[in-house]
Design a protein around this ligand. Structure first.
Ligand SMILES: [Zn+2]
Length: 721
């Protein structure tokens, strides 16, 4: 990994000359005219690519084309005549930037005949064929983090050809337009970037013709037995390509796309492509490609119940697919997309409380999954492989954009985003270009901000060391505060909310820059309580005891145990969840439920309190918040009863609040069955109540520790000495 240069230096370097913009003499492909025939039953591809290129040096007219090593070149023609070519030894090249995937590509060397002074665009025709057969395999780890793995596939279940497949001849670094004609068996239909010009299904075959006018680095093409539905929205085609059995879902997807485009064209400017399509995939995926999103069948079938995943892919149309990002220079694309799609949509349409909960969740996710010893700087984030990458590249980075917005104000922030899109459509932008855009619109130097948040790993840890109240000589009161930071201090502007005994709450902002800082805040009436950052505006690391009890505290505890009911017949119903825990193969301790908890650790207990003594102990930690008896389960004064009720409840160990106890059980075995398989999807709440597997109530208990809240003690001013 290349070391990252400091922000200002980096900005200068990027402008002066760098690998960002190609220089003129370099050979690049400008346009591909691809005629492709795909046979899913035999995994075959037969293709002819007519390539237009520029920049071939006269004195050395050699082209190197890269192609998947399973594809055989049959012929290369220039000006109608065949050409000799040499295939270099196969080499294994890296897959997607930064990924650990590898695949073999061949490099083909072509020496062109004398150019006789003709320096204009030239044309080359390459005919090739072969087999692409790499059926998708489930990726290790959690499904939400990574799609299934394949380097490209042509098969009965579907066709997926992408940048990693190298399915057409490429010259590295080219941004090209395309015209693609795809022949497939009858009822099959291909989808790619750009615009579908025609589709004819006749006899045994179907032919689709596509035009891609937005220059692209890598063309993805998928095909399946799709049914297409479409409508126009402000001159843009909105479309769905779904499997026949899911076609009834098309209208709700089309409505949703229109709603998102409505919002995001307002924020980001004109939509940059001729269409947006939701395309159903034959393996689990959530991919945002230029002008379409490829969503796994299971997600599609759920209907429009996961709005943010679609909104996220719509935002990628601008951020990532239009304004480009070289991942190795730091991926800011996912963080900004997450902020605008997943977070901002909620803030805008679902209100303040949801927005606060979302920000808290982002900090909790970071605090749980990024430990100080493996934390890394945002600038080093390339792409998501695991929960740690998700915590840094998505959650922390999204919060950085939130703080930037607070720092420079809504107007400068949203103008900065629009300016970035306007200036960098079809070009590469890195963190430095972002900094420059926001400095332009805000008129302030933001080097300290980007250096602190993007180049430095970690997060502030804030604490109130001292808080005292004194009455002012004339009017009101002074709160004398001492705030500390752990480690190298951050510069943060922290909102405080002060409850007063007579008038409304009083709000102030503390400008904190030092490791230990004393400050005074004046308030008009006698203050009772002070809360620092109660609405989670400043990104910071929360300690485990500052986080509401939840299953994910168990998941992330180094010392954790699983407790099952001693009676084997009571265990059977929990098997799907137990198998999942066993498959993780870590050092979780298994304890029988007859003995209770002996060690200091987090514990996950299965079975009713009557079946498992540990469940009983965990429920004891919850105190009066939970009551279980023959009639049902009472949580926070609301009782749930019925044979179909199951619960997942977490409470902190009162003696060791860094550790959590979680209990999972049902009033009957049948109630547990539909939840057990999906238990770990429910990691973020203190309690969940299910009826027939459906969540009917959920919520969070107050965390054990409230280090940023202080009850204020009144000190009479000292008498003059
Ligand atoms: Zn994304």
């Amino acid at each position: 990994m290349k070391p990252w240069v400091v922000a200002i230096g980096c900005c200068v370097v990027a402008w002066v000359g760098s690998g960002f913009l190609s220089h003129a003499a370099e050979l690049k492909i400008q346009h591909h005219d691809l005629v492709v025939e795909l046979d899913p039953s035999r995994h075959t591809l037969i293709a002819q690519d007519t390539i237009q290129f520029v920049g071939l040096p006269e004195d050395d007219p050699i082209i190197h084309l890269r192609l998947n090593s399973d594809l055989e070149i049959e012929e290369i023609l220039v000006g109608g005549g065949p050409l000799d070519f040499w295939e270099e030894a196969l080499h294994v090249s890296k897959g997607k930037q930064g990924s650990s995937e590898t695949h073999a590509t061949r490099t083909v060397e072509i020496r062109l005949p004398s150019l006789s002074g003709n320096r204009e665009a030239r044309t080359l025709q390459v005919s090739y064929r072969g087999i692409i057969n790499d059926p998708p395999r489930a990726a290790p780890g959690l499904r939400f983090v990574r799609p299934d793995k394949t380097m490209g596939h042509i098969g009965e279940e579907g066709v997926y050809l992408t940048s990693e497949t190298s399915w057409y001849p490429e010259v590295h670094g080219s941004l090209a337009t395309f015209h693609v004609t795809v022949t497939l068996p009858n009822h099959w239909r291909a989808v790619t970037h750009g615009q579908e010009l025609s589709y004819v299904s006749q006899g045994d075959t179907s032919i689709a013709e596509w035009r891609i006018q937005t220059k692209t680095e890598a063309l993805t093409l998928v095909a399946n037995r799709f049914v297409k539905q479409h409508r126009q929205w402000q001159g843009i085609e909105l479309a769905t390509y779904l499997f026949p059995e899911d076609d009834h879902l098309a209208p709700q997807y089309l409505d949703a796309i229109a709603r998102y485009l409505e919002l995001y064209t307002e924020i980001l400017g004109p939509y940059p492509f001729p269409k947006f399509a939701v395309v159903e995939n034959f393996f689990p995926s959530g991919l945002g490609l230029p002008s379409f999103t490829l969503l796994g069948s299971r997600v599609i079938k759920r209907g429009y119940t996961q709005p943010y995943s679609l909104g996220h892919e719509v935002v990628h149309s601008w951020i990532g697919n239009s304004v480009l990002n070289r991942l190795e220079t730091g991926n800011w694309v996912e963080g900004l997309t997450t902020y605008l799609a997943n977070y901002y949509y909620e803030e805008r349409f679902e209100g303040k409380e949801k927005a606060i909960a979302h920000r808290r969740r982002m900090m909790v996710e970071y605090s749980l999954y990024s430990q100080p010893e493996d934390d890394y700087a945002v600038v080093k984030f390339h792409h998501k492989e695991n929960r740690l990458d998700n915590a840094i590249g998505y959650q922390k980075t999204a919060m950085i954009f939130h703080m930037l917005r607070r720092q420079i104000g809504d107007r400068a922030f949203f103008r900065g985003i629009r300016q970035l899109v306007a200036d960098y459509t079809g070009r590469y932008a890195g963190w430095c270009q972002l900094q420059r855009a926001f400095e332009d619109t805000s008129g302030t130097d933001l080097s300290w901000f980007f250096s602190q948040w993007v180049e430095r790993p970690g997060a502030p840890i804030l604490a109130i060391q001292e808080a005292q109240v004194q009455s002012d000589e004339r009017e009101g009161y002074w709160i004398r505060l001492r705030v500390s930071q752990t480690g190298k201090p951050y510069r943060v502007q922290v909102p405080v909310s002060i409850q007063l005994d007579q008038v409304q709450d009083y709000q102030a902002i503390l400008d904190i820059r030092r490791k230990n800082q004393s400050m005074s805040v004046w308030v008009p009436s006698k203050p009772k309580r002070l809360m620092m950052d109660p609405e989670f505006e400043v990104f910071r690391r929360l300690t485990r005891s500052q986080i509401s009890p939840m299953l994910n505290l168990w998941v992330t505890d180094e010392r954790r145990a699983v407790s099952v009911p001693p009676d084997k017949s009571d265990q059977a119903i929990f098997q799907p969840a137990l198998a999942r825990i066993r498959s993780e193969q870590d050092d979780v301790v298994w304890v029988e439920g007859s003995s209770g908890i002996k060690n200091v650790q987090s514990v996950l207990a299965f079975g009713q309190p009557s079946q498992n003594a540990v469940t009983k102990e965990v429920l004891g930690w919850c105190g009066s918040r939970i009551l279980v008896n023959a009639q049902g389960i009472t949580i926070k004064d609301k009782t749930f009863f019925g044979e179909d009720v199951a619960v997942l409840i977490s409470c902190a160990n009162p003696k060791h609040p860094d550790h959590v106890g979680t209990a999972f059980f049902g009033l009957t075995p049948e109630a547990v069955k539909p939840v057990a398989r999906l238990l770990f999807f429910y990691g973020w709440d203190s309690y969940l109540v299910y009826k027939n597997g459906k969540v009917v109530a959920r919520g969070s208990f107050v965390p054990e520790a409230q280090e940023l809240t202080v009850e204020l003690v009144f000190h009479r001013p000292l008498e003059a000495a």
